[in-house]
Design a protein around this ligand. Structure first.
Ligand code: SF4
Length: 270
């Protein structure tokens, strides 16, 4: 089934997934094929809720302790706001709670103090991309799970990532992260009328060893806008939307029955 949009509103936080597997993205965001999340995704949601509560309160000069943030995590874990398939993962709830409590605590005590945040999950001004041929797409929404921070080099966008592969051998993994963080960099610049110095990945590993790491600052914006020699992802996305082309990517690390709602009908995976 193909879908040729002419004027679409797209959540900025989903744009990274569009570049990961556009066929999967089309299924989920244009054709409405959803599947219940697994427990590990719920664990990530809880950790994000706890850490965002901690950073938001500190930005507002309100009292909050790591224990309070842990309470927000536990509440989120036990009261999901979306369907969860608890059979979709080998992880058990008690272990998920243990992992999330460690990660939330370590984030609050070891990572947050390294940053001077100025915004948490900031609302972004819509950004219209003219694809040509009467097709527009508009990126909207908030900078989900990301922060804005001041650094010696200027304003940076630290993006908090949870998952089993976000930290490898003690290093925060930035592979395949530029599409999402570059989108946030561009949209922050559009919203605040201020250039960014780059992005960073804050990795909170949801494996039993709960590894955490912060990447070096990298320029994801360049990947979005391109260079004299190579078109940026914005241009490529515009061409794809205008043509109504959403190619599959069976090499994606999210290409699995567990993560992709199009798995059962997709003929492109092994
Ligand atoms: S099964 Fe794999 S290739 Fe097919 S849509 Fe999903 S992620 Fe893409």
């Amino acid at each position: 089934m193909s879908y040729q949009p002419s004027n679409l509103s797209i959540r900025a936080s989903s744009f990274g997934k569009f570049f990961d597997c556009a066929y999967s993205w089309e299924g989920e965001h244009l054709l409405g094929k959803r599947k219940p999340a697994g427990l590990r995704a719920l664990l990530g949601t809880g950790v994000h809720a706890g850490t965002a509560a901690f950073d938001s309160a500190r930005l507002a000069n309100a009292d909050i302790s790591p224990d309070d943030a842990a309470g927000v995590f536990v509440d989120s874990l036990h009261h999901p706001e979306y369907d969860v398939d608890f059979s979709n993962d080998e992880l058990k709830l008690a272990e998920a709670e243990r992992i999330g409590l460690v990660l939330t605590s370590r984030y609050c005590t070891e990572i947050a103090p390294q940053f001077q945040y100025v915004a948490v999950e900031m609302r972004l001004e819509p950004l219209v991309i003219d694809c040509g041929g009467g097709t527009n797409i508009t990126l909207t929404g908030t900078m989900d799970r990301a922060r804005v921070a001041e650094s010696d080099d200027g304003t940076i966008i630290p993006d908090v990532k949870t998952g089993t592969r976000v930290v490898t051998n003690g290093v925060a993994n930035i592979k395949s992260r530029s599409a999402q963080t570059g989108t946030y960099q561009l949209m922050y610049e559009h919203t605040a009328r201020e250039r960014t110095a780059g992005a960073q990945i804050i990795g909170l590993g949801t494996t039993s060893k709960t590894p955490i790491a912060v990447s070096a600052v990298f320029d994801a914006r360049r990947v979005l806008v391109g260079t004299d020699e190579a078109p940026g992802l914005i241009q490529l996305a515009a061409d794809m939307f205008r043509a109504g082309l959403f190619p599959p990517n069976p090499q994606s690390y999210l290409c699995s029955k567990q993560y992709c709602s199009r798995w059962d009908s997709c003929i492109y995976h092994e």
